[in-house]
Design a protein around this ligand. Structure first.
Ligand code: AMP
Length: 358
């Protein structure tokens, strides 16, 4: 049960590590609830900077600056998973860090993550092996067979830091191409579709989840999310709740899955934060993922995640953003722009939610 002492009253300050578009949308949601936000970011000019009450500009490893920041916050959260361990430790000695540092440790390293999911939570994942040199790679491929997906353990995103190996001929140079760093080899999963679930856990342990979302990628970057996805058995939500509980997690978490032909779900990865595949919730007529996260971090009761509309979310990447005047004219389309000055190829500039009644 949530007790009165867990609740941060309106006017409280939520610190957010990171000033990108997720920090921006979290700040907007917090403002709606009468809460203030304080962004910590290495640059002053950032998407969240336009809409937050305060910003501290500092390096993530500048402990003095972090201590100063944390002392001005009633709770701190983050909008990216590569928050350095030292940053998380420094902040959490001063004020509650939600989600906790363990969630970061698990999500930052694909080997730790897959081992945790398989052995501690007991959910399905692709077969995997640690690869620390070319010899390990040959041995692992012999055991697992082709094709295999070779990935960096840390700092991979949007398909960066990974290679598909289809035959012995692909081995030479693979280790070097991925930077000669600790890797993980995963079995290639011939999935039917990629789906995700945005789930939240409150301070009192209550878990709630939005319906299943189907995700379509282009050039390894999320292009569209369709929600609610067809054939939602509730299995993905149950798996997400197990993960949240095992981590003693507080906040919103995104969980990405591969769905096989027979309906089996394998967890691909978890994101300990609000997630691009949950942006559709902003126009679905229910609580959205940003408000849900802020509620959890503030110790407030979670909102009802049952949508009133179906939504097709499309990311506006690079020059796609130039279509914004056309989007504005559609009565069923809701435009969200992130206030980024420079348009670059591959850069997420905004998104559009096209809604339809059920
Ligand atoms: P990731 O960075 O792990 O999210 O991978 C990016 C994309 O690569 C995923 O969304 C999948 O489309 C694809 N992918 C990653 N791992 C695998 C795998 N083990 N089997 C098949 N496709 C994969």
């Amino acid at each position: 049960m949530t007790t009165q002492s867990d609740l941060l009253p309106p006017g409280s300050v939520i610190g957010i590590l990171g000033g990108g578009q997720l920090g921006r949308m979290l700040s907007l949601a917090a403002a709606r609830l009468g809460l203030r936000t304080h962004i910590y970011n290495p640059q002053a000019d950032c998407p969240a900077g336009d809409v937050t009450n305060r910003i501290t500009v500092g390096d993530y490893e500048d402990t003095d600056r972090l201590i100063e920041f944390a002392n001005q916050c009633d709770a701190v959260t983050y909008e990216f998973e590569n928050v350095p361990t030292i940053t998380a430790k420094t902040v959490s000695t001063i004020t509650p860090l939600r989600p906790n540092a363990r969630a970061l440790d698990v999500a930052q390293d694909r080997l730790t993550e897959k081992t945790f999911l398989r052995d501690e939570v007991g959910v399905g994942v692709a077969g995997f092996e640690a690869v620390n040199n070319e010899f390990d790679l040959k041995r692992a491929l012999k055991r697992m067979g082709y094709p295999g997906v070779l990935k960096t353990r840390r700092f991979g995103y949007d398909g960066k830091g990974q290679l598909i190996l289809r035959s012995d001929g692909d081995i030479a140079g693979a280790w070097d191409r991925l930077g000669g760093q600790p890797l993980i080899l995963e079995a290639f999963i011939p999935f039917k579709r990629e789906v995700s679930v945005i789930a939240a856990r409150g301070v009192d342990g209550t878990c709630r989840a939005f319906p299943l979302t189907e995700n379509i990628h282009r050039n390894h970057i999320l292009h569209q999310s369709l929600a609610p996805a067809e054939n939602d058995t509730g299995q993905a939500q149950d798996m997400a709740f197990k993960i949240l509980t095992a981590l003693n997690y507080v906040g919103v978490m995104g969980t990405e899955f591969f769905e096989l032909e027979d309906g089996t779900l394998l967890v691909n990865e978890i994101a300990p934060r609000v997630h691009n595949s949950g942006h559709w919730t902003q126009d679905a007529g229910c609580v959205d993922q940003f408000e849900q996260h802020i509620r959890a971090v503030a110790g407030w009761p979670l909102g009802d995640p049952t949508p009133l509309y179906t939504v097709e979310m499309t990311n506006l990447i690079g020059k796609d953003v130039e279509t914004w005047p056309d989007i504005m004219t559609g009565s069923d389309s809701h435009l969200h722009l992130y206030g980024k000055g420079e348009t670059r190829p591959g850069r997420k500039m905004g998104h559009v939610n096209k809604v339809m009644k059920f």
